[in-house]
Design a protein around this ligand. Structure first.
Ligand code: AMP
Length: 192
């Protein structure tokens, strides 16, 4: 059972890559953004709370996000690993995940950091917004705020994982297939 993180700013291609890896390696896929959007669609209390942050381009508070993630991880599907997409986004979330995995003597095996320049990210997100139905993808100011938040609170995690020697930096300007091949190559070395 291995645990990997798709890391990077909004629009870097984390979801696209995670979905390709999920099928190829028989992994479970946990995307906190998707989970929040499901709650919003189902109009749950958590959904209402999350929406108030998401629409402004802010992060949902750690405590709420961590609790939701732990609940999801208690569902144990028969898989060979788990891919996290969009989690962790803060040091506190990374520490909580580590503690949680340590309870079952597990840890994070690899973090794939997709690197893409800001101008390209903004363009990609606004394009996605034309079809995604995501309100946080359509307004340029919200998109810029999300990128700013990423730089302030999420990007420091790169150093955190680099120090643990599990960070793999990937050029996210390559084609979808090239990025996939690069990540799959590294995972092939990690999986038995
Ligand atoms: P995403 O689909 O990953 O781009 O996430 C969409 C939005 O959901 C983010 O802009 C945040 O407001 C919220 N969100 C998703 N994951 C997290 C997380 N790990 N921590 C806090 N907020 C999150």
């Amino acid at each position: 059972m291995i645990h990997i993180i798709m890391f990077g700013p909004p629009g870097a291609g984390k979801g696209t890559q995670a979905k390709l890896l999920k099928d190829k390696f028989n992994f479970a896929y946990i995307a906190t953004g998707d989970m929040f959007r499901n709650h919003i669609q189902n109009e749950t209390e958590l959904g209402k709370l999350a929406k108030s942050y998401i629409d402004k381009g802010d992060l949902v508070p750690d405590e709420v996000t961590i609790r939701m993630l732990k609940n999801e991880m208690n569902i144990n599907p028969d898989v060979d690993g788990i891919i996290f997409d969009g989690f962790p986004r803060t040091i506190a979330q990374a520490e909580a995940l580590e503690e949680f995995l340590a309870e079952s003597k597990r840890g994070i095996d690899a973090v794939f950091a997709l690197e893409v320049p800001d101008e390209v990210l903004i363009q990609r997100i606004l394009n996605r917004g034309k079809t995604s139905g995501r309100s946080d993808d359509t307004d340029k100011n919200t998109v810029i705020k999300r990128l700013k938040k990423y730089k302030e609170v999420t990007e420091p995690l790169k150093k955190y994982y680099q120090e643990k020697q599990i960070l793999h930096r990937i050029n996210g300007l390559q084609s979808i297939e090239e990025v996939h091949r690069e990540i799959a190559g590294i995972l092939n070395e990690l999986t038995p």
